[in-house]
Design a protein around this ligand. Structure first.
Ligand code: 5RP
Length: 264
């Protein structure tokens, strides 16, 4: 592997082989999502605990100071909105020169396997991989499900992740699901887990992150279940403990409760 590619990946995936990516890219199709209305304010307290952030160029430039940034994964696909016709109809929104100018550690793109735009999104991924490899920039593929959350089963996600790896993604982001080992087992590149819409209890998040890691994920790319939580710092620190310190869900819950109560 080329030095630049290796160097960028090692800034994202820590020396223990694990990672906590913090996505704040949701506005590119959702607009000012709840608790991400002001990304600078949302990021400020939790940024120190993230290994990298997943973000668009507009929010990076306007809301993250270059002298205080974390490694960047640049969201480079989009062109759709939640009120438009089809969330799967994304294109590449940001060129590779911009990624280089912004000194990013990776670029991220969604793929929409099984939709009317499957072919376009997969060719977009392949083209981005060609460009990324030329400059030593890894590509993270996001196995997107749009509004069809029920698609989050092992059969579908294993298919989507494997295709992303076959097309050259260096990291794949997907969802945790039942029989998750079938997803990781069929994907030869590292997998990170997204959270999806906020769930009712913190413990549920700790549980699936812990299980996912036992079953082969290297970490998370998890947003709303951190920054939509009433105690985002407690949440991200508890998740860090699972990812980087092998804490169990019970230990993570203790950490969360302790920080929330001001005892840590
Ligand atoms: C949204 C994304 C997010 O990066 C991804 O879904 C992770 O965020 P969350 O944990 O909130 O689902 O790709 O476009």
């Amino acid at each position: 592997m080329d030095w630049g590619m290796k160097n960028r990946l090692s800034q994202l995936i820590q020396s223990d082989g694990r990672c906590l990516f913090l996505p704040v890219d949701h506005g590119y199709f959702q607009g000012p999502t709840r608790r991400l209305e002001n990304p600078r304010e949302t990021l400020e307290p939790i940024l120190p605990y993230a290994d990298a952030i997943f973000i668009t160029r507009g929010i990076l430039r306007s809301c993250v100071d270059p002298d205080r940034a974390k490694p960047i994964i640049l969201r480079v696909s989009g062109g759709v909105s939640v009120i438009g016709k089809d969330l799967a109809h994304e294109g590449i929104t940001t060129c590779i020169e911009e990624a280089i100018r912004l000194n990013v550690c990776a670029v991220g793109i969604s793929i929409f396997v099984g939709t009317d735009y499957e072919h376009d999104s997969l060719l977009n991924l392949a083209k981005l991989v060609d460009e990324g490899e030329r400059y030593g920039i890894p590509v993270m593929a996001v196995t997107a499900v749009g509004r069809e959350l029920e698609k989050r089963d092992a059969r579908y996600l294993a298919l989507a992740c494997r295709i992303a790896a076959e097309l050259g993604a260096r990291v794949v982001k997907t969802y945790y699901c039942e029989n998750f080992e079938k997803v990781t087992g069929g994907c030869p590149v590292p997998i990170v887990m997204a959270g999806g819409p906020k769930v009712d209890s913190e413990y549920q998040v700790f549980q699936f992150v812990y299980d996912g890691i036992q079953k082969g994920a290297i970490g998370v790319n998890l947003g709303r279940n951190i920054w939509q939580n009433d105690h985002p710092v407690a949440m991200i620190r508890a998740l860090r403990a699972i990812i980087h310190e092998s804490a169990t869900p019970e230990m993570a819950q203790d950490i969360y409760d302790g920080i929330r109560a001001g005892k840590r």
